[in-house]
Design a protein around this ligand. Structure first.
Ligand SMILES: [Zn+2]
Length: 278
């Protein structure tokens, strides 16, 4: 009997601890989640320009702020399909669930205040529906593209994985947006790759300012070779060029680092959750 009571107490303590940790955050934390990897759909033009590692990382991030939490991007394969030994779907491979990584630091989807996707593409939005209870931060043209008045003849690739966002509490953005009102977490409007693509500036006390790229860039070589835009044809290349210039100016002004989310070489060096940047 006593053993049983002790184990119940231990279970209570275990579930209570993360909740306490959530409330005690005094400065902004940035957690990096491993959402798998993605093979390039068209490696030849990349190899031609000297990109020898064409595989891409898939990342999601949790930003924990004293006033709430923001999940940035939502993976490439929905958690329900991820098996412990790994799941392969088309060009993607995933070994760990997003919800499992959140749970390991004491969060469940219902705890997440805000969801922001860098853009709607399937490799950033696979678990979108799981966060339909959060407030969705989306640029006006992106939402209009995702939920047009007249449904497109060919549905957007894997749109059923984020279709529940249509009824989410939604904050429609028309440009940059300071999420918590103190300049620490700012959505940067970077259209081009998609109509309402966005990037994220996170000002961290110890690490310094970091910009999460979304798909503004896929490979570091795109920053060095200005004419190298292997995936610009997916969207509006002229608009994308303007967005790149905007972010490059921001990086310079803030002395910020750019984290290219698909850069698998840089990704390997990032501390993954439960460790965090602050
Ligand atoms: Zn992508």
């Amino acid at each position: 009997m006593q053993m049983k009571r002790r184990s119940i107490f231990a279970a209570l303590l275990l579930t209570a601890l993360p909740a306490v940790a959530q409330q005690k955050v005094k400065s902004v934390r940035l957690y990096v989640f491993d959402c798998g990897r993605l093979k390039s759909g068209n490696p030849a033009p990349l190899l031609e320009r000297g990109v020898t590692t064409t595989d891409m990382s898939v990342e999601a991030f949790l930003i924990v702020h004293p006033r709430g939490t923001l999940l940035w991007d939502a993976g490439v394969i929905p958690d329900e399909l991820v098996k412990p030994e790994g799941t392969v779907e088309a060009r993607a491979t995933v070994h760990t669930t997003l919800k499992g990584q959140l749970a390991a630091i004491g969060y469940k989807p219902a705890d997440i205040t805000y969801l922001a996707l860098s853009h709607n593409h399937y490799d950033h939005s696979a678990n979108g529906n799981a966060f339909a209870g959060s407030t969705w931060l989306v640029q006006r043209p992106e939402r209009a593209f995702m939920f047009p008045d007249t449904p497109p003849a060919t549905p957007i690739n894997r749109s059923e994985r984020w279709s529940d966002l249509k009824n989410s509490k939604t904050m429609i953005l028309d440009g940059d947006y300071d999420v918590f009102g103190d300049g620490s977490v700012v959505i940067i409007s970077t259209p081009g790759h998609t109509p309402g693509h966005q990037s994220l500036l996170v000002n961290l006390k110890k690490t310094g300012p970091v910009v999460l790229s979304g798909d503004l860039y896929h490979y570091p070589a795109e920053r060095e070779l200005k004419d190298f835009t292997p995936l610009a044809n997916l969207g509006d290349p002229a608009q994308e060029a303007v967005s790149k210039a905007k972010v490059e100016a921001l990086l310079k002004e803030k002395h910020a680092k750019l984290w290219i989310q698909h850069d698998i070489i840089a990704d390997a060096k990032l501390r993954k959750s439960p460790a965090y940047y602050e």
